[in-house]
Design a protein around this ligand. Sequence first.
Ligand code: S3P
Length: 443
Amino acid sequence: MQPMTSRPAGALNGRCTVPGDKSISHRALMLGASAVGQTTVHGLLEAEDVLSTATALRHLGADITCREGVWVIEGRGVGGLREPDQVLDLGNAGTGARLLIGLVASHPFTTFFTGDASLRGRPMRRIIAPLQRMGATFCTRSGERLPLAVNGSQQPLPISYTLPVASAQVKSAILLCALNAPGETTVVEPLPSRDHSERLLRHFGATISTEDLADGSRRISLVGEPELTGRRIDVPADISSAAFPLVAAAIVPGSSVQICGVGINPLRTGLLTSLSEMGASIRLDHQREAGGEPVADLAIDAQPLRGITVPAERVPAMVDEFPVLAAAAACATGVTRMLGLGELRVKESDRLAAVAAGLNACGVAVDMGDDWLAITGCGGPPPGGGHVAVHLDHRIAMAFLTLGMASRAAVSVDDGAPIATSFPDFAALMNGLGAQIGPRVAG
Ligand code: S3P
């Protein structure tokens, strides 16, 4: 455990670059390993989650090296992975685990998966159900959780599958499995979720189409057994990491911060919409494209914020940003209601419960239902002073350290170690802008 404290900060100022997108980094490694020839990845997120995926892919036979910051993958071609001779430990990485389980489910061998206490508690039924229909069989511990073994299918079948919840992880697990199945696999998602897998599959040469349906759902169809060809991939900065300096600058009076080269895929920008509705002043400068994804420099100046209602339809576009939006809501005037948050209960922690408990500890009034939060803002600096339990969840740690910058008294977290899963330089980067984050001194 690494307890950390964030003391009230003066205005934050400066330019920064946050690390590469985690979702794209996992996918770049997996598709590189499934392609023929060499893939180079520039800007890969070098954090624990993605490094776990790289290690797992090496055990599956891919040759992955890093030369002067550029990651080089010698792929094995679609269906070309080999049986690992040890258990694949994905640590805290839900995306790494679920997508890799999909990838190996169409390979005719057995793979064992495990992870840390957080990942071992997360539901896997959501990927097991469709992958069984594609021919894989599973042996899991109770509750269909990790550790589990996947017996990959000898003759994978294409399927048509409607997702019960909008989940890019489940969609991607099916698409990765479908790469090695003959014929067309179709996934329908109730609301569009992040489409990095689709964009990257197209980039590697797969035939994949998407169609928006009249009821708001989206259908994705992938033709199996493509010849994927090694490519260059440029990973944009992660908007889910940019979220922390962005909200910090929004809530610490007098701040003005620019964040360079951030991915602004429209299926990821719900936080920008919500903060703008709250009255934040955010500019998207130098909009451009990098590696098949839209990118911009974000510029934000602190402004007084007001409470809003975040509708359930926006959840997929900001599913990881609710903890840090809660920090903004705590500083706003009036109530912020966040609806349709059921999925937050099965993230790295039960984020609904963790956010509510943390806000309570910091003197912020909050009501919680099964799938909603209502936060009564303090109309300025919240009292703070709380000691917040992180439950192995990097985003809970970073959200409450962000809240500490704008509070009247320091906020501490019981464990900052999980921050290394997605944003190892978080404290240094925030301190470079003017934050005061450091180890918690006992007493
Ligand atoms: C991710 C999808 C989301 C998100 C996770 C990353 C991805 O999960 O919470 O951090 O890379 O596909 P769900 O698909 O389960 O909503």
